[in-house]
Design a protein around this ligand. Structure first.
Ligand code: SAH
Length: 224
């Protein structure tokens, strides 16, 4: 899989992809993540990517031309399944959307800034819009990192234990059960006995019961 992220602030995307699982996924060749600096696609002499809004009002608007030039240049290299714009009024990111996107080959993620992008970008250049929740961030970079992370960890081979992503919350419509590690007794706070029993089927039953209990109390909407 390949993910191209378009931004006017590429430095904001350096650290999320240079550590831990997301770095290893790239090192193993399971995903290629490329960050593109929109300024390099600007044709004006100050390399600006934004301008005042027509009709006035506070806040700058990202111009269509550098975005179009960048997307066109990427599309001349390969075919993209989706061109996704990070937007607070887009479709809310969910595990099922991440699952769907993890099956794609090539994705472009466009990060907005300031007041957002010229509406014509959304009308003509974007195939889908994604929000990471009902709140407004100052830019799409953190949202793009969240979207990319949720997708990349689902790619086969990215997580060490193949079944690990499948046992996470939401995958089976349930919240994940609680987890514990050593010591088994910390100042009198004990790990549930069954987890130390070595009895695998009892352990699995316990996990399932806990997952159901937890889903009922925390996210009853998931159980119909
Ligand atoms: N004026 C816009 C908000 C712009 S915020 C409005 O009121 O809807 C600047 C940029 O941050 C957006 O273009 C978008 O790319 C990003 N952004 C902000 N909140 C986001 C969210 N919840 N999910 C995804 N992207 C978001």
């Amino acid at each position: 899989m390949r993910i191209d992220i378009i931004t006017c602030l590429p430095r904001l995307l350096e650290s999320p992809f240079s550590d831990s699982i997301l770095k290893r996924a790239q090192d193993k060749g399971l995903v290629t993540v490329k960050v593109h600096n929109l300024r390099e696609y600007s044709t004006n002499k100050h390399r600006t990517t934004d301008d005042y809004a027509f009709g006035g009002g506070a806040g700058m608007v990202m111009m269509i031309e550098p975005i179009d030039r960048c997307i066109t240049s990427l599309k001349s290299e390969r075919t993209y399944d989706e061109v996704l714009y990070m937007s607070p009024d887009g479709e809310t990111l969910s595990q099922s959307l991440a699952n769907q996107l993890s099956l794609k080959q090539n994705l472009i993620l466009l990060c907005g800034h300031y007041k957002g992008v010229d509406e014509r970008v959304r009308e003509h250049l974007i195939t889908r819009e994604i929000s990471i929740g009902d709140y407004v961030l100052s830019g799409g970079e953190l949202a793009a990192a969240v979207v990319a992370d949720s997708i990349i960890r689902l790619l086969p081979g990215v997580l060490n234990d193949e079944t690990s992503a499948l046992s996470d919350s939401f995958q089976d419509g349930l919240i994940a059960p609680p987890v514990y590690t050593r010591p088994a007794d910390y100042n009198g706070w004990k790990v549930p006995e069954v987890l130390l029993s070595g009895h695998q089927s009892k352990i699995e039953d316990w996990k399932q019961e806990e997952a159901i209990k937890r889903t009922k109390s925390r996210r009853p909407g998931l159980i119909s």
